[in-house]
Design a protein around this ligand. Structure first.
Ligand SMILES: [Zn+2]
Length: 673
C-alpha cells in the first residue's frame, strides 16, 4: 500500500517539491507524464517524504488524454510499462478532465473527436488498473480515475443530458465498481473564479439547472457528496487548484493559498468527512503565465505562510472488504453494484426471510439490481424453472424492504405512512438490516410451479442452516405486504402456501417437521412471564389464589413502592423489601373499594393492567392440570400449520388440538425445554 505523505501541502510539477522540503513540511507533487514514455525515477523525492502522484496521459491536444477507444488495450499496456520502469511512485491517475472537449482524442481545438462518456472511460480505466496491478510489486498501488473538470457541461449522454459534471464523476465511479475495478483513490480538481480568499469558503451557487452546485472552491464538496458507499474511505487527492478565470494567479500574496489549505484542514477536522489528503497548487513550471507559480514570489510567500501550519494528512479508514461469506453454493452468483446494497448489517441479526414477487421475468431482475440509479436489490431470485440467482451475500444488507421510522410511525419508500402487520419490526431500524429477501419470477396472481417451490424450499433450508431460524408464517417467514401494506399489498401475492412452505423448509432442518413448527408457534407467540420463585407467586399458591393473570406490577401507596400481581382469585401485594408480609385483596366486583388505602391503591393499579383471561373449565385447562403443565401463559388462540388448530401455552408445555377434532388434545414441550 502506498504511504500517505505527512502533510496535505502539494504542488503540481516535481520541481515544486523543494519549497515543501525547505519548509520541513513534505507533502505531494503531481507529475503529468505520457504513458508511452520511459518511466520516471522519483525515488529521490520519495526518500524525502514527498508523495508522488503520476498522471498518465495518452497525449495532449488532438492526441487526447485517452486514445481512441479502439486503442484502450494498447494504452493500458503502455501505462503498465511506465509503472514497471518507474521508481518511487505508487499512485497513478488515468487521464485528465475527460469531460472537457479539449481532452478528447481526435479533437481539433475542442471540436470533434471521440466523446469520452463514463461508459467508455470506465472501460479504459478498468483495463489500465488491471494492467498496473499486474506489474510485480504494484498490486497494492493506488489507481485513481481522472478528475473531471468542474463546471464543464459539454459531455452529455442519454442519462445525463445536461452534462452534469458531478453526475459524470459519479457515473464513472459506479461504472468502475461494476466492472470490478473499484478506484483505489479519488482525484479532484477545484478552482475559484478570481483570486480573493473569500472565494475559498464562498457558498455561492451556479445558475439553474446546476443551482445545487458550488461555483467556487467548494465544488470539491459536490464531488465528495456523490462518492458511492464502497469508496467512502478511498484517499482523496485534489491534484489541481488555483485562482483561475478571470484574474488567474497574480504576483500577489492575497491569502488565497492560506485560506485554501485552512479550508481543507477544517474539512478534515470533521470526523465524518472523507479526509482530503492532498491539495496541489497548479502549477510550478512556467510556460503559461496564468498558471505558473515559480515566477511569482508573492504567491510562494502565500504558500510558505500556509506551510507554517501543521496541516497533516489523516489515515483513511480501512476499506470495507467485499463479503465472501453468505453465498449459497447452489445459486448462480451474480454480484451487483455496491450502490444497491450495504456491506454488513450494522450488527443486526437476521430475524425473518421475506418473500417477494418480481412482477416480471427472471431475466429482468439482475439488470435492475445492478443499475446504480435504482437503489433496489434482493438477496435472491427463484425462477419458474427452478433456477436460482444470488445478488447479495446474506451477510450484507439488500435494499428490498426499506422503511423509515419517524415520530412513532413507519413510512414506505414513497414517504407514505403505513401500518405494518409484522410484529418483528425494530423501530427505528430499517427492516433491511434484519431480513433476507427472496424474489420470485412471475406475477402476483401466478401459481408457483413445482420447480419454483422446490428451489425455494432448498434455499430456505440452506438459509435456516446458516442463520439458525425456524420458519413460522408471518413471524419469521413473511411477505413484503406485511411490511408495506400500501404499495406492496400484492407482494408476493395470494397463492403463496405459507404453512406448507414453512413446514417443508423446517422439515429438513430437524426431524418431526410438524412438531417443530407447532413448537415454533409457541415460541413466537407473546407469553405472560411467570416467575415461580417470586414472593407473590409463592404466596398465591399457598393461599390458593390460582393462576397469574398479570406479570408483577409496581405502584406507590402511602409513600412506599409496592408490588402487586393479579391471580384468578385475588390480587396479591407487598411493600417492596417487606417480602415476608404479602397480603391479598379481592378483585373488584362492583362492591365498594376496600377502605385500607394500600389495598385500594392495589386494586386501582391492578385495573391499569391487562389481565389474561383464564377459563378454568375449558378442556385445555383441565388437560394441562392433569398433565402438570402448570399455569397458562396465553389465552387459547388459533393457528394454522398443516391444518387449523387451537392452542394454549402453559408454563411447562404447549397444548393444542386440531379444530376438526377438539376431543383429541395433545401437548408438546416448548423449544427451550
Ligand atoms: Zn416485494
Amino acid at each position: 500500500m502506498p504511504q500517505l505523505a505527512k502533510y496535505i501541502f502539494g504542488l503540481h510539477d516535481s520541481d515544486g517539491a523543494g519549497m515543501m522540503i525547505a519548509a520541513g513540511k513534505p507533502g505531494w507533487v503531481v507529475v503529468s507524464a505520457l504513458a508511452r514514455d520511459a518511466g520516471g525515477d522519483f525515488s529521490g523525492l520519495a526518500s524525502q517524504g514527498i508523495g508522488v502522484i503520476v498522471r498518465l496521459n495518452n497525449g495532449y491536444g488532438s492526441d487526447g488524454t485517452l486514445p481512441n477507444s479502439s486503442q484502450y488495450d494498447a494504452f493500458a499496456q503502455q501505462c503498465a510499462n511506465y509503472v514497471a520502469s518507474s521508481r518511487g511512485a505508487k499512485t497513478w491517475i488515468i487521464g485528465n478532465e475527460t469531460n472537457l472537449p479539449f481532452e478528447r482524442p481526435g479533437n481539433d481545438n475542442g471540436n470533434g473527436g471521440e466523446v469520452i462518456t463514463p461508459a467508455l472511460y470506465t472501460q479504459c480505466f478498468a483495463k489500465c488498473r488491471a494492467a498496473i496491478k499486474r506489474v510485480p510489486g504494484h498490486a497494492d498501488d493506488w489507481v485513481a480515475p481522472a478528475a473531471p473538470a468542474p463546471w464543464n457541461n459539454q459531455t452529455s449522454y442519454p442519462s445525463n443530458p445536461a452534462g452534469d459534471w458531478v453526475q459524470y464523476f459519479k457515473d464513472i465511479l459506479t461504472g468502475c465498481i461494476q466492472l470490478q475495478q473499484p478506484p483505489d483513490a479519488l482525484a479532484l480538481h477545484t478552482y475559484t473564479h478570481g483570486n480573493t480568499p473569500d472565494l475559498i469558503t464562498s457558498e455561492r451557487k451556479m445558475d439553474a439547472p446546476f443551482q445545487n452546485y458550488h461555483s467556487d472552491f467548494r465544488t470539491y464538496r459536490d464531488f465528495l457528496a456523490v462518492v458511492p458507499a464502497g469508496l467512502k474511505s478511498a484517499p482523496v487527492f485534489i491534484t489541481e487548484t488555483q485562482a483561475a478565470d478571470p484574474t488567474w494567479w497574480r504576483n500577489q500574496n492575497t491569502g488565497w493559498v492560506q485560506a485554501a489549505f485552512k479550508e481543507i484542514d477544517d474539512w478534515n477536522a470533521v470526523a465524518t468527512n472523507p479526509p482530503v489528503q492532498a491539495l496541489c497548487l497548479f502549477r510550478w513550471q512556467t510556460g503559461d503565465n496564468r498558471w505558473s507559480i515559480s515566477d511569482k514570489p508573492a504567491v510562494q510567500d502565500d504558500f510558505r505562510a500556509a506551510m507554517q501550519n501543521e496541516y497533516r494528512t489523516r489515515a483513511p479508514a480501512a476499506q470495507p472488504p467485499l463479503t465472501t461469506t453468505g453465498w449459497c453454493p447452489f445459486a448462480t452468483q451474480r454480484p451487483i453494484t455496491l450502490n444497491n446494497y450495504d456491506i454488513g448489517r450494522s450488527g443486526q441479526k437476521v430475524k425473518a426471510v421475506v418473500l417477494h414477487i418480481a412482477a416480471g421475468s427472471m431475466a429482468g431482475v439482475f439488470p435492475t439490481f445492478n443499475d446504480p440509479n435504482r437503489l433496489v436489490s434482493a438477496h435472491f431470485c427463484v425462477g419458474k424453472d427452478g433456477t436460482l440467482e444470488q445478488y447479495v451475500s446474506i451477510d450484507d444488507t439488500a435494499y428490498a424492504v426499506g422503511m423509515r421510522y419517524q415520530d412513532g410511525n413507519w413510512y414506505n419508500p414513497r414517504g407514505i405512512l403505513v401500518r405494518p402487520s409484522w410484529k418483528g419490526l425494530v423501530p427505528p431500524l430499517n427492516p433491511n438490516l434484519y431480513t433476507i429477501s427472496i424474489e420470485h419470477e412471475g406475477q402476483p396472481e401466478d401459481q408457483w410451479t413445482p420447480q419454483m417451490y422446490d428451489a425455494n424450499n432448498r434455499l430456505l433450508q440452506w438459509i435456516a442452516k446458516q442463520i439458525k431460524i425456524t420458519y413460522v408464517p408471518h413471524q419469521t417467514l413473511i411477505g413484503h405486504f406485511e411490511i408495506d401494506p400500501v404499495d406492496r399489498a400484492n407482494c408476493p401475492g395470494p397463492n403463496v402456501k405459507w404453512y406448507q412452505i414453512a413446514a417443508d423448509a423446517n422439515g429438513a432442518a430437524t426431524p418431526g417437521s410438524l412438531l417443530t413448527l407447532i413448537q415454533a408457534v409457541a415460541n413466537e407467540v407473546n407469553k405472560l412471564p411467570i416467575n415461580t420463585q417470586a414472593a407473590l407467586y409463592i404466596f398465591a399458591k399457598a393461599n390458593r389464589l390460582g393462576n397469574p393473570q398479570t406479570d408483577e406490577f409496581r405502584f406507590p401507596a402511602q409513600g412506599n413502592q409496592h408490588v402487586g400481581q393479579v391471580f384468578n382469585s385475588g390480587i396479591a401485594y407487598v411493600k417492596v423489601g417487606d417480602w415476608g408480609n404479602v397480603q391479598w385483596v379481592k378483585k373488584p366486583d362492583g362492591s365498594p373499594a376496600p377502605t385500607d388505602p394500600v389495598a385500594a391503591a392495589t386494586v386501582a393499579a391492578a385495573q391499569q393492567q391487562t389481565w389474561m383471561p383464564i377459563n378454568i373449565y375449558s378442556g385445555f385447562y383441565k388437560f394441562a392440570q392433569a398433565h402438570n403443565l402448570g399455569d397458562p401463559q396465553t389465552d387459547e388462540f388459533d393457528f394454522v400449520v398443516d391444518d387449523s388448530y387451537l392452542g394454549q401455552v402453559y408454563l411447562n408445555g404447549f397444548v393444542y388440538a386440531k379444530k376438526s377434532n377438539l376431543g383429541n388434545i395433545q401437548w408438546v414441550k416448548k423449544m427451550d425445554q
